[in-house]
Design a protein around this ligand. Structure first.
Ligand code: CU
Length: 183
């Protein structure tokens, strides 16, 4: 955990600042200072050396969408739990915006995706919803959309073409799932 924090501060300070604001950055910086007051030069060097090992294979930096945005509704009502639409096609560079309509909490979790895309897709999945709820439930598994109108947008920039099977973790057993074909 500490190594990851150091790597983020040293390697991607700009990204961290943009995504997390001053709070996390400040906390990491003060932790670094208190833990290694007498190795001011050595600590950043160690973090740099550790950074490549800590980076996830195949990705790590989110790529913003450059194409259109496809809207998907997350619904749970008397007709069942579902994504609408559940199965659809996007192009590399498009984004998919999931909106909680009813029956939540829902989330968006990818289960079967091209191996080469796992790292990038996970990086493209934000840690929190539009309402700020998080964290992600795991790798390739987005945070819960708790309330109606909460949204969660996933960029498909930088991924490879193929089939991306996904589901809602809380309602997987109830058949809430779909497939995105990326061209
Ligand atoms: Cu659901």
């Amino acid at each position: 955990m500490r190594t990851m924090g150091l790597a983020l501060v040293v390697g991607t300070a700009a990204v961290l600042g943009a995504c997390s604001g001053g709070g996390d950055k400040g906390a990491s910086s003060s932790a670094d200072t208190t833990k290694a007051p007498d190795t001011t030069v050595a600590a950043p060097a160690a973090a740099l050396a550790a950074a490549p090992a800590a980076a996830p294979a195949g990705g790590g930096t989110a790529m913003p969408a450059t194409g259109k945005t496809i809207e998907v509704k997350l619904i749970g009502d008397e007709k069942g739990y579902r994504f609408e639409p559940a199965n659809f096609t996007v192009k590399v560079g498009d984004a998919v915006k999931f909106t909680n309509v009813s029956g939540g909490p829902h989330n968006v979790a990818f289960n079967t995706v091209p191996d080469a895309s796992k790292g990038q897709l996970d990086a493209n999945m934000p840690a929190t919803t539009s309402a700020g709820s998080g964290p992600k439930l795991g790798a390739l598994s987005g945070p819960l959309l708790v309330n109606p109108n909460d949204t969660y947008t996933v960029s498909f920039a930088g991924v490879t073409a193929g089939k991306y099977d996904y589901n809602c973790t809380p309602h997987l057993a109830l058949g809430m799932k779909g497939e995105i074909t990326v061209q």
